[in-house]
Design a protein around this ligand. Structure first.
Ligand SMILES: Cc1cc2nc3c(=O)[nH]c(=O)nc-3n(C[C@H](O)[C@H](O)[C@H](O)COP(=O)(O)OP(=O)(O)OC[C@H]3O[C@@H](n4cnc5c(N)ncnc54)[C@H](O)[C@@H]3O)c2cc1C
Length: 394
């Protein structure tokens, strides 16, 4: 039985200064009003080129990002590795539209694969298809019915070629790679591309992972049918399971365009499908590799229980848990302390370029009910424990 309440383990990589910084940050982003004002001030200060880069870098950037370059992430990678937690280097620049930028991003992702090849502390690479292709192109690709490999349009080929170059590099270097899930109106195309990559590169082990967002009510059926395809065609199925990050956007778009929302009716339904997917995957353990990308304690515990029931050792490399850097350390460090495979997404990139990512973290921590309260109360418990020099239970 794992307890996520052991704050001495949860924050053992943080000195008092780090802990205080996290305390003030989570206090600040727990307030919707301050987040609103802070976002407005930051965006405008950057726009008129006020020198606030240093301030951002030493506060919110330091909490949620590893650095501006792979090299700068070294300290974070080592600090996580000291406690058995892996790093997933996530090159987090967004919103590019130029072909040359997409090409540079492909090169950078391939550099993360090379970094992972040489370092056991980096168990996966990751990328978003919107980071390497125009959004409107992905929207039109979504509507196409043909399998992408067979599509004759040259613009689709450029997307296919970039995704293939990344997956091929991962295959050649034996590095596993996640393809992130995005908005439902581009996801069919991404799913087709990812399936094709699995066909090519997952013949003897899982290299390529798709991501399934269980806040979509169609994903459990989708998972079942993907498992059948993988088994029939003889490739391994890699999956990162998440709840999904674009709920408000999805619901809003469905409403204004008058179509049925792809999102579950409520949180309980999302939780049920997430947990049902874990069970389905465990039942198919011979053909899959799974990463549970979640900050949810119940789902994380459930996976440890399912693994136990199926006599799967905690350190079986097919099963991973992952959280975002700067969040839910109580889950990451307690799981890793109990011998499970755990990794953190470590976003990196130039400060200005990762601002959209950082603003989303602030938003998420304001909007996800209970999440910040939980982070904050754990930090407060640990501050109290250190102040009173209370010894941990173990
Ligand atoms: C390692 C990692 C990788 C990730 N990769 C991706 C990715 O590729 N694509 C992506 O979209 N997201 C990704 N995410 C984000 C993820 O989808 C969630 O937004 C986030 O982790 C919060 O969900 P949770 O399971 O951690 O926790 P919880 O706090 O238990 O769940 C919150 C989530 O539940 C769902 N939810 C909340 N309220 C409702 C409601 N009323 N009705 C229905 N559903 C509801 C939403 O998805 C919300 O984000 C990733 C997260 C992690 C940790």
């Amino acid at each position: 039985v794992i307890s996520f309440d052991d704050t001495a383990i949860a924050f053992r990589s943080k000195n008092n200064r780090d802990l205080n910084r996290a305390y003030w940050l989570f206090k600040l982003i727990g307030s919707p009003f301050l987040v609103k004002v802070g976002k407005w001030a930051t965006v405008n200060a950057l726009r008129i080129k006020l020198p606030i880069r240093g301030l951002i870098k030493s506060t919110i950037f330091r909490q949620f990002c590893g650095g501006e370059t792979i090299q700068e992430c070294k300290t974070t990678i080592e600090s996580l590795a000291n406690y058995g937690v892996g790093t997933i280097l996530d090159y987090s620049i967004e919103g590019k539209t130029m072909e040359s930028d997409f090409e540079s991003t492909v090169e950078e992702i391939i550099r993360t694969i090379h970094a992972a090849e040489k370092n056991e502390a980096i168990p996966f690479a990751v990328f978003k298809v919107t980071g390497i292709a125009r959004f409107d192109l992905l929207e039109s690709m979504n509507a196409a019915t043909a399998d992408i490999g067979a599509d004759s349009d040259s613009t689709y080929h450029s997307v296919f070629d970039r995704v293939n170059r990344i997956c091929e590099a991962a295959y050649n270097k034996h590095v596993r790679v996640f393809i992130d899930a995005e908005e439902s109106w581009i996801q069919d195309g991404i799913d087709r591309l990812t399936r094709e990559m699995m066909r090519r590169y997952n013949r003897s082990e899982v290299i390529v992972f798709n991501t399934l967002q269980m806040y979509r009510h169609d994903r459990l059926d989708f998972l079942a049918s993907e498992l059948v395809i993988a088994q029939q065609e003889g490739f391994y199925f890699g999956v990162k399971l998440v709840r999904g990050a674009y709920m408000e956007k999805e619901r809003f778009r469905a409403k204004i365009n008058n179509y049925a929302s792809p999102i579950q009716a409520n949180k309980q339904a999302t939780d049920q499908d997430f947990n049902a997917a874990l069970k389905l995957l465990i039942e198919n353990k011979e053909y899959i590799a799974l990463c549970a990308g979640t900050h949810n304690e119940e789902s994380s515990l459930l996976l440890t229980q399912l693994m136990f029931e199926q006599a799967i050792p905690a350190n079986d490399k097919r099963f991973y848990f992952a959280q975002l850097l700067g969040m839910s350390d109580h889950i990451s460090y307690n799981l890793s302390n109990a011998g499970y495979n755990v990794a953190k997404y470590v976003p990196y990139g130039p400060v200005n370029e990762v601002m959209p990512y950082l603003l989303r973290r602030a938003d998420e921590n304001t909007s996800v009910a209970g999440q910040t309260g939980r982070e904050l109360s754990l930090i407060m418990t640990e501050r109290r424990r250190r102040k009173n020099k209370i010894n941990p239970k173990h």
